[in-house]
Write a protein that binds this ligand. Structure first.
Ligand SMILES: Cc1cc2nc3c(=O)[nH]c(=O)nc-3n(C[C@H](O)[C@H](O)[C@H](O)COP(=O)(O)OP(=O)(O)OC[C@H]3O[C@@H](n4cnc5c(N)ncnc54)[C@H](O)[C@@H]3O)c2cc1C
Length: 289
């Protein structure tokens, strides 16, 4: 779609350059498909040349401009060779990328940062990075820098904590979360449809406490996380009670990709499947209420 009000494309990743009527441009797959009547300039973040993926002693740094295609390819990259065995949670990367039901053209341009900043409930990069306790680094006008867990940065459908002019620079996924055992479940109402429910469970390694973390996305308007310490793993009833406590019906998303009641019932079912897979024990009632 033409953005007919846009008069300039500025190659910059400096928030000091931002002014009213500007939008950060990453892959453009949202900007050019939703359109706009108000934008004046696009500030092209891809000009920054940030390395897409960086392995550090502390974990994995994912640049905001890392494309979905680059993330999908990471596991088999030269860079991943030294961590592939240790970082068992890399198993989540491809299912999350695959949850992005789009063509290679979209995969090759759309970015992890653009997905998080768009803040759709079915944002699979939100699911992945929130589930692994990814922390966003945010740059603001005036040289401000702040960090915030991705699970808290996204606050609702098309809503997040970014102030005007702030940009997402990178997401850092900690080493301990990358070493966790994980389980992934996703449902959509149609074969190649957008995610209606996407849950990820993880059990941290013993040296990181060994706790169980369940992250609910897509079914809810924003990510919801439940944490249980290693010495108090939840039973099926505990998990259902915890979901009851933190997700009221009106926090379940409601659109053509699923009714809130269906999303709620599938959240309980998939949550219980994940609990049984990671913590052992049969699913008694599939978690249905
Ligand atoms: C066929 C198709 C299928 C799709 N399927 C899905 C899907 O299943 N789930 C889903 O969530 N989305 C989906 N999308 C929407 C979109 O492709 C993704 O959300 C994508 O990841 C957006 O990334 P982008 O780099 O293209 O963002 P852009 O279009 O460049 O930007 C999107 C928004 O984020 C802002 N922005 C981008 N990067 C930053 C940054 N670093 N800091 C601050 N603000 C920033 C922009 O200003 C803009 O407001 C789909 C799109 C298409 C065309």
């Amino acid at each position: 779609m033409d953005l007919s009000t846009v008069t300039d494309l500025v190659p910059t990743a400096d928030p000091a350059d931002w002014r009213e009527g500007d939008a950060w441009l990453a892959g453009g797959t949202v900007l050019f498909s939703y359109g706009s009547q108000t934008l004046r300039r696009l500030l092209d973040l891809t000009s920054a040349g940030w390395p897409a993926l960086t392995v550090t002693d502390d974990g994995l740094e994912i640049a905001a401009t890392c494309t979905v295609a680059s993330l999908w390819a990471f596991e088999e990259s030269h860079q991943a060779a030294s961590v592939r065995e240790r970082w068992t949670a890399l198993d989540l990367v491809r299912p999350c990328c695959d949850s992005f039901v789009a063509s290679f053209k979209i995969w090759n341009t759309s970015t992890v940062g653009g997905n998080v900043c768009t803040s759709l409930p079915a944002g699979p990069m939100i699911s992945l990075t929130a589930a692994l306790d990814g922390v966003a680094e945010v740059w603001g006008p005036g040289g401000t820098r702040r960090t915030q867990p991705v699970a808290e940065l996204v606050t609702g459908e098309l809503r997040n904590t970014l102030a005007p002019g702030e940009l997402l620079r990178a997401i850092r996924v900690p080493d301990h979360a990358l070493r966790s055992r994980t389980a992934f479940r996703r449902l959509s109402l149609s074969n190649l449809g957008r995610s209606g429910v996407l849950l990820i469970g993880r059990v941290d390694p013993p040296d990181a406490g060994g706790g169980f973390v369940l992250t609910v996305t897509a079914s809810t308007r924003r990510p919801v996380q439940l944490r249980f310490p290693a010495d108090a793993p939840p039973t099926a009833a505990d998990l259902a009670a915890a979901l009851d406590a933190v997700i009221p019906l009106d926090l379940y998303h409601d659109d053509v990709h699923g009714l809130p009641e269906w999303r709620r019932d599938m959240t309980y079912r998939l949550g219980e499947e994940i609990r049984a897979e990671l913590l052992g024990g049969a699913t008694s009632d599939g978690g249905l209420r």
